[in-house]
Design a protein around this ligand. Structure first.
Ligand code: KG4
Ligand code: ZN
Length: 334
């Protein structure tokens, strides 16, 4: 069964074809990053407009790459939540038109279920149950995947998401957007010992708080400026990355160990090399198997939406043409 996926929840316009939820036939992602970089972050209005402009062409390339026409497509899956509402609506409206005109079933997909489905594309034999860290620009969730469509969020950020913290700290350090790769690159040349950063506490042990960590970094930058002391940016980047990595890695592996389940990672932040290495080390010590989403599938893409759409389809979750988009929505609801 061939599912066409459409993803427009943030600043990537994406379309992909996936066969039987596991095999990628095509995966086209047009990133708007170059344009948003000029503003230091994603400008929602610009993102929506670019999706509207690009979607038809992106669909055309996705079909061409898959050597298919719309006749070969069995259903259309689209990200409905969560995300930037205007951006989501662009994709949902497009998918509805396509579904109606081509007479194909329409499947609603939760974006985080999509990130989790990237694991099924990374390893075609991988299956629930497992514990996943879904870390992206908008989320830092510890999710128990009990089944393909049965989730429980065990922990989340109480303020900034992991990727958001990387982006904000990068901005404070005068680095470019997106901040994750910039911080990671700078941190490679630094040492984390020079600056001491807090380990912010939360009421619930599996929740995280990145806002406090980000503020501590900004305070160090401001103090250095006021005292006219030299700021060793690479050391501060290394200290921030090490702390952020530790906060996430420990929660993921501890939970997986306690529940005797594999530890999985997906989402844009999951490409971070220090995070992968730390999770691997901790998991090996605890005898926990790990799986990390293919780096090419960590960032937003439509293959993961098509893969998740297949699972929704199998359980009969189809949408009517009155389908709406939602800026916020829990993964449990879907
Ligand atoms: O999943 P994604 O592409 O989009 C969202 O759904 O948000 O994630 C983007 C986020 C950005 O905040 C970016 O800074 C972060 O992932 N990111 C990284 C790295 N590469 C991207 N964070 C840490 N280390 C990286 N190497
Ligand atoms: Zn995402």
């Amino acid at each position: 069964m061939n599912i066409l996926g459409i993803e427009t929840s943030c600043d990537e316009t994406a379309a992909a074809v996936v066969a039987d939820g596991r095999d990628i036939c095509s995966n086209v992602v047009v990133s708007q990053i170059a344009e948003h970089r000029l503003y230091g972050g994603v400008v929602p209005e610009i993102a929506s407009r670019r999706h509207v402009e690009q979607l038809s062409a992106v669909l055309g390339i996705a079909l061409e790459d898959a050597k298919m026409t719309l006749d070969d497509i069995d259903a259309v899956a689209v990200t409905t939540a969560p995300g930037l509402i205007g951006a989501l609506l662009a994709g949902v409206s497009f998918a509805k038109g396509l579904s109606y005109a081509a007479k194909k079933p329409l499947i609603p997909v939760h974006h985080l279920r999509g990130h989790i489905a990237s694991l099924y594309l990374t390893d075609r034999t991988f299956e629930p149950p497992f514990i996943a860290l879904v870390a992206s620009g908008g989320h830092s969730h510890i999710v128990e995947a009990k089944g393909y469509r049965d989730f429980a969020v065990l922990g989340r950020s109480v303020d900034d998401a992991a990727g958001e913290a990387f982006d904000k700290v990068a901005r404070a350090l005068g680095l470019g957007y997106p901040g994750g790769p910039e911080i990671a690159k700078l941190a490679e040349t630094g040492s984390p010992e020079r600056y001491t950063l807090p380990n912010p506490e939360t009421d619930r042990p599996l929740d995280v708080s990145f806002s406090g960590l980000k503020t501590a970094v900004i305070n160090i930058i401001n103090q250095a400026r006021m005292k006219e002391e030299e700021l060793i940016k690479e050391d501060l980047a290394a200290a921030f990355e090490a702390r952020a990595v530790e906060m996430l890695a420990v929660r993921l592996v501890d939970t997986a160990k306690k529940m005797r389940l594999p530890a999985a990672m997906c989402g844009g932040v999951a490409v971070n090399r220090a995070l992968r290495e730390r999770v691997k080390t901790l998991a090996e010590k605890s005898g926990i198997p790990t799986i990390f989403a293919d780096p090419a599938l960590c960032g937003d893409n439509a293959a993961m939406i098509a893969a998740a759409g297949y699972l929704e389809y199998l359980s009969g979750n189809l949408a009517a043409l009155s389908l709406n988009a939602f800026a916020m929505r829990d993964i449990e609801i879907g």
